[in-house]
Design a protein around this ligand. Structure first.
Ligand code: NAI
Length: 297
């Protein structure tokens, strides 16, 4: 253990080493924690390892980290296909696919593996943390920790407390994330949490404005960039997120909260059905020469 690992948490388990899990494992290892990363198969372990090597390699190339520090960081991460290897973890962060059934089965299995005082966290972005937590016999020790993508770069982490999360568990997780150099914010268990609830209400409103021919896409985007200081306008941002992903997020929030702000603007569904998904398909609100290329309109 290095001096950065806190007294409460020393050994951290991460389940699922995809886009988010690999990034989360890197954040902990960078701060001196020993990390056990669990994946489903040897091939998935290999993909997770490549993810980690690619990300740390980029940090070295950009001179954000020395090669020596990157090697040390990778040396703190043990990858395995055995969930039983989490027996000594103080904290387990689950970052597997966004499926309630898969997540619940993991929290159920953890029961017989981790110590009773271990803290369990899920990185879900839209599922009910409460529902996931009830699969475990200690739901009071379960929180949501919603890292943003890419986890090593984005500073915000939303911590979701359920009605039964123990106050000391919540306080320990907040302290831990601050120690990791993140900006934790705490909220209740409602789809969208803080950032997506506010952001997607705003994005949806911009789509409705465009759909109603109130203003052009360029003028809507320009108003928010030059008038409000946003780095991107809402329609360009939606193209970046992907209109299919945006639709799903809005739909989930609307079905859960019934807030009209989140009722997906009809044109959004029409674009998705027509295959206009934004940058990834070459066309959304704007047209792109190739995915990720500048706007060609
Ligand atoms: P991903 O598909 O890139 O990675 C999921 C990983 O979980 C895969 O490598 C898969 O092999 C592994 N996995 C599946 N079942 C498993 C099991 N039973 N045991 C161990 N590993 C298992 O998904 P991604 O994007 O990393 O998302 C993970 C979670 O993070 C989801 O809940 C998602 O909603 C959330 N999230 C995603 C964000 C994003 O921008 N991609 C942002 C914030 C949260």
């Amino acid at each position: 253990m290095t001096d950065t690992a806190t007294a409460t948490f020393t050994s951290v388990g991460v389940i699922g080493l995809g886009t988010m899990g690999a990034g989360i494992a890197e954040v902990f290892a960078r701060n001196g924690y020993s990390v056990i990363g669990v994946e489903v198969s040897d091939a998935a372990v290999q993909r997770g390892r490549e993810h980690l090597e690619h990300s740390t390699g980029r940090a070295v190339k950009r001179e954000k980290m020395t090669q020596e520090a990157a090697d040390e960081l990778l040396g703190r991460i043990t990858l395995t296909t055995e969930m039983e290897d989490l027996a000594d973890a103080d904290l387990v962060v689950e970052a597997v696919v966004e499926s309630l059934e898969v997540k619940k089965s993991i929290f159920r299995r953890l029961d017989g593996i981790v110590r009773p005082d271990a803290v369990l966290a899920t990185n879900t972005s839209s599922l009910s943390v409460t529902e996931i937590s009830t699969a475990n016999s200690s739901p009071g020790r379960v929180v949501g920790v919603h890292f943003f993508n890419p986890a090593p770069v984005q500073n915000l982490v939303e911590i979701i407390r359920t009605v039964v999360t123990e106050p000391d568990v919540l306080a320990d997780v907040v302290t831990l994330l601050r120690d990791l150099g993140k900006n934790p914010v705490v909220c209740g268990d409602k789809a969208g949490f803080i950032a997506n609830t506010l952001l997607f209400g705003y994005l949806n409103h911009a789509v409705a404005m465009y759909e109603g021919k109130y203003a052009s896409r360029e003028d809507i985007d320009a108003a928010m960039r030059f008038g409000c200081g946003y780095p991107m306008g809402p329609l360009a941002l939606l193209d970046l997120i992907g209109l299919d992903t945006a639709y799903e997020i809005l739909d989930t929030m609307y079905k859960q909260g019934r807030d009209r702000l989140h009722a997906p603007a009809p044109i959004l569904k029409q674009y998705v059905t027509a295959g206009l998904l934004g940058r990834k398909s070459g066309r959304g609100f704007y047209t792109y020469e190739a995915p990720d290329s500048p706007v060609v309109v």
